[in-house]
Ligand binder design. Structure first.
Ligand SMILES: [Zn+2]
Length: 428
């Protein structure tokens, strides 16, 4: 009997898998396959169909239709250079904010496939201290094979090169670049840099955009997608990243993603980890989601599979400290918590008085602060409750995008709603 089952199961599996709803991604038990081997050396063979004859079920690629993806035009010109089909190039974008003799152009990587397809853009380190995204762009760009892929991928690994050099989130003038899009050619330095990137790279080329971030100010996030789910093209786009966490957030005014969506480019942010650190699990989780996106946009197949193929949509809320003092956590990132469970404790170091921070509802810790000194009202834990995608979308539609904090009933899943003004933004 056991033998019979063993013989039957493999042949049944593909049939079952193919009947899955058209969403994204593929299915396998091999959640933790090692990173895909860079394909540049093995050229045409490496980018063939996903391995069909492993013990795991075959990959099922069913990209949901994304609106109006026009093929890459015959001539593709970026930053003054013509990119031929099948080429990988390193170009340079110059924001032109310094005097010419010390101006440092920002590298822009571009891989143009031999065959037509969509143009996907990746931007990282708009905040100069957010390192995980830089490594994600590197891993993704250097596994592309322009000779066999479709479409074009443009990666800007370190948008805020100046902040990156100083280990700072901000520009040299202390402004947050991610508050100045789409920019202004006659405004502040931040305005001009934003305008330059937006006009030279983003709007002329990108059909889809993923802006990579991390938590800010000593907070860390599970890998997660954030987008304005009330906007249908963004909602569709958010379902192309495999089994990753997805949250709704309108996007604060001036963020790259909001400006890009306003310009008609479906855009999400991908958050992973915290600032000033390189966390392998965060980087790998983000890269896996981006590899799945490449497959679902039919740019290049992935060799990695999700245990659960569908994205997991969450309502979420921040839990704050009710007193100032030293915060010490009792939970870890990703933990599942029960209602009333102690998340952490804040203690006044002088009076020795303390209070627990408890979970107001059951859910998962999708973001949290590191142990640190906190003020009263500090947003310490981001708790998510899993919901159906359509339910999250409907809730998002019920609350219009504003520039201030949404109504308290809406889960503050994003920069506007989370921690107090100035405390964090795109990425708590
Ligand atoms: Zn950021």
């Amino acid at each position: 009997m056991r033998l019979l089952r063993a013989l039957l199961l493999p042949s049944l599996f593909p049939t079952l898998l193919l009947s899955l709803p058209a969403q994204a991604t593929e299915v396998s038990h091999e959640e933790d396959l090692p990173p895909a081997v860079p394909v540049t050396a093995t050229a045409d063979t490496a980018a063939a169909e996903p391995a069909p004859d492993t013990a795991a079920p075959a990959a099922v690629t069913v990209p949901a239709p994304l609106a109006e993806v026009s093929p890459t035009p015959a001539a593709f010109s970026l930053l003054g250079s013509e990119i031929a089909a099948g080429q990988f190039r390193t170009l340079f974008w110059s924001p032109g904010q310094s005097f010419a003799s010390i101006d440092t152009p920002v590298p822009v990587l571009v891989a143009r496939g031999q065959k037509p397809g969509p143009v996907l853009c990746l931007t990282a380190a708009l905040h100069g201290d957010e390192l995980n995204g830089i490594e994600m762009v590197r891993r993704l760009m250097y596994q592309l094979n322009p000779r066999s892929m479709n479409g074009t991928v443009i990666g800007v690994p370190i948008v805020n090169l100046d902040g990156f050099r100083r280990g700072s989130r901000y520009l040299a003038d202390r402004r947050d670049l991610n508050r100045y899009f789409p920019g202004n050619p006659r405004g502040s330095a931040a305005d001009r840099i934003a305008h330059s990137l937006f006009q030279q790279v983003i709007t002329p080329h990108c059909q889809f955009l993923v802006d990579l971030h991390t938590g800010s100010l000593k907070r860390t996030n599970l890998p997660q997608i954030r987008g304005d789910l009330s906007h249908e093209p963004v909602f569709d786009f958010s379902r192309h990243f495999g089994g990753i966490t997805v949250l709704h957030g309108g996007g604060a005014k001036g963020t790259l993603r909001r400006a890009a969506v306003d310009a008609g480019i479906p855009t999400v942010t991908l958050e992973a980890g915290g600032p000033n650190e390189l966390i392998e699990s965060a980087v790998d989780g983000g890269v896996k989601a981006l590899e799945t996106l490449l497959q679902n946009l039919n740019i290049q197949p992935t060799m990695r599979f999700w245990g659960a193929p569908q994205p997991v949509f969450y309502h979420s809320d921040w839990v704050r400290a009710d007193q100032g003092g030293i915060l010490m956590s009792a939970v870890t990132l990703g933990a599942t918590v029960k209602e009333g469970e102690i998340l952490g404790r804040v203690v006044d170091p002088v009076s020795n008085t303390g209070s627990d921070i408890v979970a107001p509802f059951a859910g998962r810790v999708i973001g949290m602060a590191a142990n640190q000194v906190v003020q009263t009202g500090f947003a310490a834990y981001h708790i998510g409750v899993q919901k159906a995608a359509e339910e999250v979308q409907q809730d998002a539609r019920n609350v219009p995008v504003t520039d201030s904090a949404p109504a308290p009933t809406l889960a503050p899943a994003d920069e506007e709603a989370a921690p107090a003004a100035g405390e964090c933004d795109e990425n708590c």
